[in-house]
Design a protein around this ligand. Structure first.
Ligand code: MG
Length: 390
């Protein structure tokens, strides 16, 4: 079973300002369309992604959207959104996907979690759309702008995208609507309903809003940090010296007059960082996940622990913004290994090198680190989780 995503980016609306259609405007330095595409390109359940664009925007598209394996060549749109989607569906028909998710390029805050919910609902329904229950009270305006009536909002939802369908069903519905001369549908669910398909509502998110006006874009620029859930965690660890000829620090083997004692490889720095990451999602500590009584972890390389913490963050839809480690010891000297250590941590966490810091200090001969009895490591990490409203 294959699943395609169809991103509708053919609108020429420039209400968001200037001559450039809003989907190509920059949001945090990246075109709105690229934000909207990214979760589909990254999603393991999506096999193909096609973008429908205005023919006039071909150069803009080529300049702003890098090629990727999953991403098909863009398809030319039509005068209406409905026509553009039909063109996209026809282009996908050659691949014969079993399901398709249709998404508006002007919704850049779609998340993997929303995509998951739509895909899951498609197991039991021919159609499923992201939507949010209506929270505001609805008023009907009368003459002169006075309230004529208060409407019952019970059971009312605001439709969003992605809207997912079994592919043959929605292709046929679109072709039938076209043949019947119907051009007044405002979303694909309405076409599916018209064709008699059952369409499920699944929770989208208040954050999954549409960018239509310049004000929306400004709010999105300013508000994204509010809509995101930024968290910081701290970690601390100590290991004592024992006999040996090397220590492991930040996943790097460092020759030394002693080794560090521990159940695993005793990489005190990776242990502190693992705790910092676990701290960001309230997921306990390293000992809870990897007991020092468990023979599986005897002599284990500590990157296993850090990878697991990173996996738990990623499973929450989180991204690691930075990792910062401080090592306290008289010896060995850290600075000759600092770059290798940063590289190794960046590699384990799958983040850029400039998001990783490794620092070191002595304690001026004071205390147990000063007496060269062991090494202390402190760490902090910041992660950004999607805010799931609605
Ligand atoms: Mg430890």
């Amino acid at each position: 079973m294959t699943t395609a995503a169809l991103i509708v980016a053919a609108g020429r609306g420039s209400r968001a300002g200037g001559d450039t259609p809003k989907q190509y405007l920059s949001l945090h330095g990246v075109p709105v369309l690229r934000h909207a595409l990214a979760p589909f390109l990254a999603h393991r359940g999506i096999d193909h992604v096609v973008v429908v664009i205005a023919a006039a925007d071909r150069d803009l598209y080529a300049a702003r959207i890098p090629a990727e394996a999953k991403l098909m060549a863009p398809v030319d749109g039509a005068a209406t959104r409905q026509g553009s989607v039909r063109n996209g569906l026809r282009a996908l028909a050659e691949l014969g996907p079993s399901r398709v998710l249709i998404h508006d390029a002007a919704r850049p805050f779609v998340t993997a979690a929303i995509i998951d919910r739509v895909l899951e609902a498609l197991e039991a329904h021919p159609g499923a759309i992201a939507a949010v229950p209506l929270a505001d009270t609805l008023k009907r305006a009368g003459a002169g702008g006075d309230i004529a009536a208060t409407l019952d909002r019970t059971g009312l939802w605001r439709a969003q995208t992605p809207q997912g369908f079994h592919f043959p069903d929605i292709l046929k519905a679109h072709e039938d609507a076209h043949a019947a001369g119907r051009t007044d549908f405002t979303d694909d669910a309405a076409i599916a309903e018209w064709a008699g398909l059952r369409v499920a509502l699944v929770h989208g998110s208040e954050a999954n809003r549409k960018i239509t006006t310049a004000e929306d874009l400004i709010q999105a620029q300013a508000g994204q940090s509010i809509m995101q859930d930024v968290r910081t965690g701290g970690g601390f660890d100590v290991h004592r010296f024992t006999t040996g000829d090397h220590v492991w620090l930040c996943g790097v083997k460092v020759p030394h007059t002693h080794a560090l004692e521990g159940h695993s490889d005793a990489d005190v720095a990776l242990h502190a960082l693992t705790d910092a990451l676990l701290g960001t999602i309230g997921a306990g500590d390293i000992g809870e996940h990897f007991s020092n009584k468990d023979p599986r972890w005897r002599g284990a390389p500590s990157h296993i622990f850090l990878s697991e913490a990173a996996r738990l963050v990623a499973a929450r839809g989180g991204r690691i913004a930075n990792a910062d480690v401080t090592i306290l010891c008289e010896a060995p000297a850290i600075s000759p290994h600092r770059t290798a250590m940063r590289r190794r941590i960046a590699e384990i966490l799958g983040i850029a090198l400039d998001r990783v810091a490794v620092k070191a200090t002595t304690t001026e001969g004071l205390g147990f680190t000063g007496r060269r009895e062991g090494i202390v490591a402190l760490a902090s990490a910041t992660v950004v989780l999607p805010a799931e409203g609605g």
